[in-house]
Design a protein around this ligand. Structure first.
Ligand code: PFF
Length: 677
């Protein structure tokens, strides 16, 4: 029988404390430093399509999943997954370890912000003179030189002391923000969330009022639809959405575990998602309007610099292009202070949210004292962070960040989260848990999103990405001339170390765990036969897909096998789903064959979609018009037929509403009140 854990756990003081902290985690450097550039680089306004899908079809439902999991179990991510099923604990750790990787480099960027803030303040004291200021294209070079040479390579030796000091400052700030627990965090975010918003608003209004701002916005927003056909655009959108919403790193699970027992979950998730999206979009307006204004000013001065001359990826935007642009405005040093202070306050609460979630995971697992784990963890994080303040540090930072976004990164962990909880756990319990306390309710579509649709989308991106990594020039680990690419190899090793470490840690027995029985275990097992067939179908589908990917030949037989694989995969998912449906009745348990069948079948559908996309973007180019029309017709017909079959099944074969058992928590919830508080 499912039980709601009622434990004494510290909690956020208020609902707003939690919302602000979660917004603080979501809204960070990724919004101001990542999003505008990603949008510009991946098709301008066209990028909004995959991004909106990523945010609202995938991001917010996954956030509701993480909130309800954390809130239901009252544990940080690994233990929360572990309570779903003891073998799933590793999924939580995997995300936590990736989070830890972020918390090694994120403070290094905050360290740059501290330094540039300091230079800007010194600039004000020096009568407005900024060290990177210059005119025209020469000035751009000067700003580049200032960041890449003067600042990043100031010292001859390996370590850059001028960055280590601000790095220490970053860690100390993070430490003091969280050492007293989440109650204090809930207060600090009253400063670190509204303040950067206010300053961002000032920067945006100022940018939009500059002459020439519209030219900048043209760069930002004019759509290039062809970008939508590239896998990289979609990967960028989903990676950015997960990173920006702090999903799949265990942060939201952990934050929700500290939430008051009666708090809203669904509405909070939407508020946080919208606030995050709005911040990213407005940040883009601020950046590009200001760049447009800068371009106009330099043209007027007879030293023209275009937006395209300054825009560069990642840190280049925040530490070269934008500082240069601000330096062209009147009262430049003041604007710089505002900008770097905005970046700092945006980033700090994201950085400590990750630290908090790693901390809570370790404390929940071991029962060790927070006051000991936090300093030790901070020292380890700082120690790893030193890699990013070496002479080659920025390149390492780029490689590691790319890998976090890449094939084996957050998208993969997000998919794993959904697929394992969807098929191996009763997520309808979580849905009802969320609905019971929320301003508005989610319906059963959410179960399907988590169980099938989101894993299919993320799985497709994963397989597509993996395929292009493996088949790209020289493969993923080698450069074009066939030599091993040390940086990529290191990135890959780090990414692979995450699951290995995660599994190892999850095997260690935890200090205290009471399993929440979520499977109605002990009851009769139903649906073995269907389940078995489902698993066989799923394996056939996967076998076909692997065969197709290995022999990317094209041709008629190829296409027949491709479509057959879809049929098998869909049948496997359908049968698996029916098996799970039976298990919805109390005291019965669905056959594990069926769950595995459904899960592998879901991956099979991803495999089909990825193979289809690969095929259509490569081999398909050679098909005749007629062949293309035939295929298109087939797609539409399959779509209509499967819809009809599904509806007929619902209408004729299964007319009565499935029985939904009432949860003990629903019965006793009122009486139990807030012992968690
Ligand atoms: N969401 C943060 C940003 O957009 O900058 C970064 C982040 C915070 C990523 C927390 C991951 C995380 F767990």
């Amino acid at each position: 029988m499912p039980q709601l854990q009622e434990e004494r756990r510290e909690s956020w003081g208020t609902r707003s404390g939690f919302i602000l902290a979660a917004v603080g985690s979501a809204v960070g450097l990724g919004n101001l430093w990542g999003f505008p550039y990603k949008l510009y680089d991946n098709g301008g306004a066209a990028f909004l399509i995959p991004y909106v899908v990523a945010m609202f079809v995938v991001g917010i439902p996954v956030m509701i999943l993480e909130f309800s999991l954390g809130h239901f179990t009252q544990r940080a991510a690994p233990d929360a997954f572990g309570r779903a099923h003891k073998r799933l604990e590793f999924v939580g750790w995997w995300g936590i370890i990736l989070g830890f990787v972020i918390v090694t480099f994120y403070p290094a960027i905050l360290a740059y912000c501290f330094s540039f803030l300091w230079y800007s303040i010194k600039g004000i004291l020096n009568g407005g003179q900024l060290p990177w200021a210059g005119q025209g294209i020469e000035g751009v070079k000067r700003a580049e030189e200032f960041f890449y040479q003067t600042y990043l390579h100031k010292h001859e030796g390996l370590l850059q002391w001028n960055i280590i000091l601000p790095l220490i400052l970053s860690w100390l700030t993070m430490y003091f923000c969280i050492f007293r627990g989440v109650k204090l965090v809930g207060k600090i975010v009253w400063l670190t969330v509204p303040l950067p918003w206010l300053m961002l608003a000032v920067l945006t209004v100022n940018g939009l009022m500059l002459k020439g701002s519209i030219d900048g916005l043209t760069y930002y927003l004019i759509p290039d639809w062809s970008e939508l056909l590239k896998p990289t655009t979609w990967q960028a959108a989903f990676g950015q959405a997960f990173f920006s919403l702090s999903l799949a790193f265990g942060v939201m699970v952990t934050y929700a575990s500290f939430l008051h027992r009666k708090s809203d979950l669904n509405n909070n998730a939407v508020i946080i998602g919208l606030a995050d999206f709005a911040t990213s979009f407005v940040a883009g307006l601020a950046i590009f309007a200001t760049l447009g204004g800068m371009s106009y000013i330099t043209r007027q001065a007879g030293n023209p610099v275009g937006v395209e001359d300054v825009i560069a990826g990642g840190p280049g935007l925040a530490f070269v292009a934008f500082p240069y642009a601000l330096a062209q405005l009147p009262a430049a040093a003041w604007w710089s202070v505002i900008f770097f202070f905005t970046l700092l306050t945006l980033g700090i609460d994201s950085a400590f949210s990750i630290t908090e979630s790693v901390l809570a995971s370790v404390v929940d697992k071991t029962g060790w004292k927070r006051s000991i784990v936090l300093p030790v963890m901070s020292l380890i994080g700082f120690g790893f962070g030193l890699i990013f303040v070496t002479r080659n540090g920025l390149n390492w930072l780029g490689v590691i960040a790319d890998n976090i976004y890449g094939t084996w990164g957050i998208g993969f962990v997000g998919m794993l989260e959904c697929i394992v909880l969807g098929w191996f756990w009763r997520i309808d319990f979580l849905r009802r848990h969320a609905n019971n306390r929320s301003d508005w309710r989610i319906n059963r579509l959410w179960d399907f999103l988590i169980r099938i649709i989101i894993p299919v989308i993320l799985g497709t991106l994963f397989i597509w990405g993996l395929y292009s990594d493996l088949t790209g020039k020289g493969g993923f680990l080698r450069d074009e001339s066939g030599k091993l690419d040390v940086m990529n190899c290191t990135g890959f090793v780090v990414m692979m170390a995450a699951p290995i470490l995660a599994i190892s840690v999850s095997i260690i027995k935890s200090s205290k765990r009471t399993d929440v029985l979520m499977h109605g275990r002990g009851g009769t097992i139903k649906g073995r036969k269907q389940g078995f067939i489902s698993l066989v179908f799923a394996l056939i589908a996967v076998g076909m897909i692997v065969f197709l990917l290995v022999n990317a030949a094209g041709g008629r037989q190829y296409r027949i096998v491709l479509w057959a694989s879809l049929l098998f995969a869909v049948a496997a998912v359908g049968l698996g789903n029916i098996t799970l449906g039976k298990y919805n009745r109390q005291l019965t348990e669905a056959s594990w064959f069926g769950r595995w069948g459904g899960m592998v079948g879901t991956l099979g559908i991803s495999g089909f979609t990825a193979t289809w996309l690969i095929y259509y973007t490569t081999v398909h180019a050679e098909l005749t018009k007629q062949q293309r029309i035939h295929e298109l017709m087939l797609v539409v017909l399959v779509f209509i037929a499967s819809g009809l079959i599904w509806c007929t099944y619902k209408a004729i074969l299964k007319p009565e509403e499935p029985f939904e058992p009432q949860l003990p928590e629903e019965i006793g919830d009122e009486g139990r009140a807030d012992s968690g508080d």
